[in-house]
Design a protein around this ligand. Structure first.
Ligand SMILES: Cc1cc2nc3c(=O)[nH]c(=O)nc-3n(C[C@H](O)[C@H](O)[C@H](O)COP(=O)(O)O)c2cc1C
Length: 358
């Protein structure tokens, strides 16, 4: 087996120390929606990655749908993120912040005063949202965004991208996957709009493409990536007939904007539908800059897919969560710590900063 994984990679203007990306993972340790010392330690421990993509971080008070997730819209949040970028850089990795606006996946009990559960259309998600105040609650019917709400949200993404750069981050990843706001615009089950943002895919793609263009304008296209989940069903997003065509269209348009990378989600190892090889190959062909693959990777499959040219970088979630020194373990074919599901989303250091390195 060759060794592409552990060699450097040029990502636009920055050099990654290897081809391994830490996947974005929400960990719900940001009490008051502000990063803290515990988070500095957690990210710093994992700085042997090539690139770290942070947990989903909200560009808006309206996007804080889950309890204890961080934001990047206030001055206090921006300042609190800076030591995380520093700790990661000190360890040798680069770091992009994932911008996640939860849209309809939220609850008033999780939001700050005055914030709203917004979505393209007033369609509630099936299922429940956990709240610290009152436990699990049915997903609310979101407020359909007005034209002014759409413009405001776009500006929030732009300001958040600027804030991330001000905090010392190398770039941002737009979370347009897994059923959150950007994907809610893309998919026909959550977007019933009759204006320029709804209907045909040219319209359903408009919001995400405008956000992508505006953030590229603000901080530079080499600093903007995007995550998409074709065939993803998480957060009540059913499959539909035109899905492959829609994602091919989106990919072409994102390529034209010149974003730094496209990051494909595949949750088949978590029981979600398989993302067909043909879909991934289409996206590989249509997107000419960096392609990141993710989902269920071990070292052997990562090396194999890199060698076959299926993608340029491999992102890893749960193994990185449980193994702060994952690159070294993979290199040494050493045994791995198991991830403990029960502490994925609980506050405190248990199951967060206490996984041992070798
Ligand atoms: C605890 C946890 C939190 C996650 N949070 C996010 C998130 O904030 N944003 C995102 O795009 N994906 C999120 N994911 C999905 C992961 O990025 C990744 O796609 C998934 O874990 C599959 O990769 P793996 O098999 O390497 O774990 C999360 C996954 C886990 C396990």
């Amino acid at each position: 087996m060759g060794d592409i994984l552990h060699t450097p990679y040029r990502l636009g203007g920055i050099e990654l120390q290897n081809h391994l990306v830490m996947s974005p993972m929400t960990r719900n340790r940001a009490i008051g929606n502000i990063p803290n010392d515990l988070m500095v330690a957690y990210y710093g421990q994992r700085a042997s990655a090539g690139l770290i993509v942070t947990e989903g971080t909200s560009p808006s008070p309206n996007g804080l749908g889950y309890p204890r997730i961080p934001g990047i819209f206030s001055e206090a949040q921006t300042q609190a993120w800076a030591p995380i970028a520093d700790a990661v850089h000190a360890g040798g990795a680069k770091i992009f912040m994932q911008l996640m606006h939860t849209g309809r996946i939220g609850h008033a009990l999780n939001l700050p005063a005055g914030a709203r559960v917004l979505a393209p259309s007033a369609v509630a998600a099936a299922g429940e949202m956990y709240t610290d105040a009152e436990g699990p609650q049915p997903h609310p019917v979101p407020t359909a965004m007005s034209a002014a709400d759409i413009e405001d949200a776009k500006q929030e993404y732009v300001q958040a991208a600027r804030n991330a750069i001000a905090a010392g981050f190398d770039g941002i990843e737009l979370h347009a996957a897994n059923g959150y706001l950007l994907e809610q615009f893309i998919r026909p089950n959550t977007n019933l709009r009759t204006d320029a943002y709804g209907g045909a895919i040219e319209n359903r793609a408009r919001f995400v493409l405008e956000v992508a263009a505006a953030t590229c304008d603000a901080i530079g296209r080499d600093r903007v990536g995007i995550r998409l989940s074709p065939f993803g069903v998480f957060n009540d997003m059913p499959l539909y007939d035109a899905m492959e065509a829609d994602y091919a269209y989106l990919t072409e348009k994102l390529d034209a904007l010149g974003l730094m990378y496209l990051h494909i989600v595949d949750h088949s190892s978590m029981g979600a539908p398989v993302v067909p090889d043909g879909m991934k190959a289409t996206m590989r062909r249509l997107f000419r800059r960096t392609l990141i693959l993710s989902g269920g990777y071990d070292a052997a499959r990562a090396e194999q897919d890199l060698a076959a040219g299926k993608g340029d970088l491999i992102a890893v979630g749960r193994p990185f969560l449980a193994n702060p020194d994952l690159p070294a373990r993979w290199k040494a074919s050493a045994p791995l710590n198991e991830a403990d599901f029960d502490t994925f989303y609980t506050p405190g250091e248990k199951g967060y900063t206490d996984y041992p390195a070798r």
